[in-house]
Design a protein around this ligand. Structure first.
Ligand code: PMP
Length: 362
């Protein structure tokens, strides 16, 4: 039997065991090529199939309309903070950003380098405990785009409903909840996500972009930072992160086997409910950070009401085999990231641990 930790890491994070086993099996000899996928040309037939299948599977899972392209880029979501305004914020234009946490702030900071920006809404004054309501969001019909962060990895909040921006493209950083539930892609102009939470290992960044935006993009920017460069060459302009894309393809097959995005969403709801229920039934021993209506199904952020006990909670949890329960270094507290590949058994084990810890110490 294999020893697998109860892995609640925020990213990079747990991958499905089945996917790891398949990769292990194919690591020495992929499809009788006598080498792994990592060792072959990105122009080879074997790799080409992996690449195109991963694109096709993502399109099928989300029912991505034909007027969108799926791109595999590098540089993480952080480079998308730059590429989005570099491509779409033209001189004299303005982009609006909804601030729901540190990652939105970082995205906004990059846009300031390229043009005018505005805060469409912000929950900063509420310590980022909530997602603004749709009618709080302000923008102009002349804005280049409206940017949101669909799931706030650090604060543990998640959009339940997306704003209607009409003709103004809606851009979303979906790094920490992509592939966790069905989403109507046609509401968005552009979606981006680093892979290292729900998609696979770090190294590949997925971009889903509406084709008409490609035509409107700025032309006088560096080749590698143009979306059109990658769209025109099926994300093979230069060497893509081949192993990451192979792993993404295997993760997508695994998601299909879980009943697709509907099945995955049900699992995620059940997993998060286990832990939120313990928090809510603890009579204040555990306190959730996010407001109820904005709670994330991916990152469950909470405090142990007593500061000394919180330190002890994290120490004892570690001893009991739970990994990654420390909150982000910028906010402290506790965080359980329950991404797609975290099994329900791990969540059950955590709830048991939390209940026992409370009994012992309150
Ligand atoms: N956006 C969000 C919502 C994130 O959670 C992260 C990483 N945790 C990033 C952006 C930055 O991603 P990367 O490290 O891939 O640049």
């Amino acid at each position: 039997t294999i020893t697998r930790a109860f892995n609640f890491n925020a990213g990079p994070s747990a991958l499905p065991l089945e996917v790891l086993e398949k990769a292990q099996q194919e690591l020495i000899n992929y499809n009788n090529a006598g080498m792994s996928i990592m060792e072959m040309s990105h122009r080879s037939k074997d790799y080409d199939e992996v690449h195109n299948e991963a694109i096709a599977r993502l399109k099928a899972l989300y029912a991505i309309p034909d007027n969108y392209e799926v791109l595999f880029l590098q540089g993480g979501a952080s480079l998308q903070f730059t590429m989005v305004p570099m491509n779409f914020l033209k001189e004299g234009q303005r982009a609006s950003y909804v601030l729901t946490g540190s990652w939105s702030e970082k995205a906004l900071k990059e846009a300031l380098l390229f043009g005018k920006t505005a805060e469409a809404a912000s929950s900063k004054e509420n310590k980022y405990r909530n997602i603004p309501t749709l009618n709080e969001i302000q923008f102009d019909q002349t804005d280049a785009y409206v940017h949101i962060t669909s799931n706030n990895t650090i604060y543990g909040t998640q959009w339940k409903e997306f704003p209607h921006t009409g003709e103004v493209p809606l851009v979303a950083d979906m790094s920490s909840d992509i592939l966790s539930k069905p989403v109507d892609i046609s509401k968005f102009g552009l979606i981006y996500a680093g892979a290292q939470k729900n998609l696979g290992p770090s190294g590949v960044t997925v971009v889903i972009i509406r084709k008409d935006l490609l035509e409107k993009a700025n032309k006088n920017i560096p080749t590698m930072l143009k979306y059109t460069t990658h769209a025109d060459s099926n994300s093979l302009y230069n060497t893509p992160p081949t192993f990451g894309i192979y792993m993404l393809g295997e993760v997508l097959k695994w998601v299909e086997a879980q009943g697709g995005l509907e099945g995955i969403e049900k699992n995620n709801e059940a997993k998060a409910k286990l832990i939120y229920d313990v928090i809510d039934q603890s009579n204040g021993f555990y306190k959730g950070h996010a407001e109820l209506s904005s709670r994330s199904l991916m990152n469950i952020t909470f405090r142990v009401a007593d500061e000394e006990l919180e330190k002890q909670f994290l120490v004892e949890a570690k001893e009991a085999g739970f990994v990654g329960l420390n909150g982000h270094r910028s906010v402290g507290g506790c965080r359980a990231s329950t991404y797609n590949a975290v099994p329900v058994e791990a969540c059950q084990a955590l709830t048991n641990f939390m209940i026992e810890f409370q009994k012992k110490h309150q």
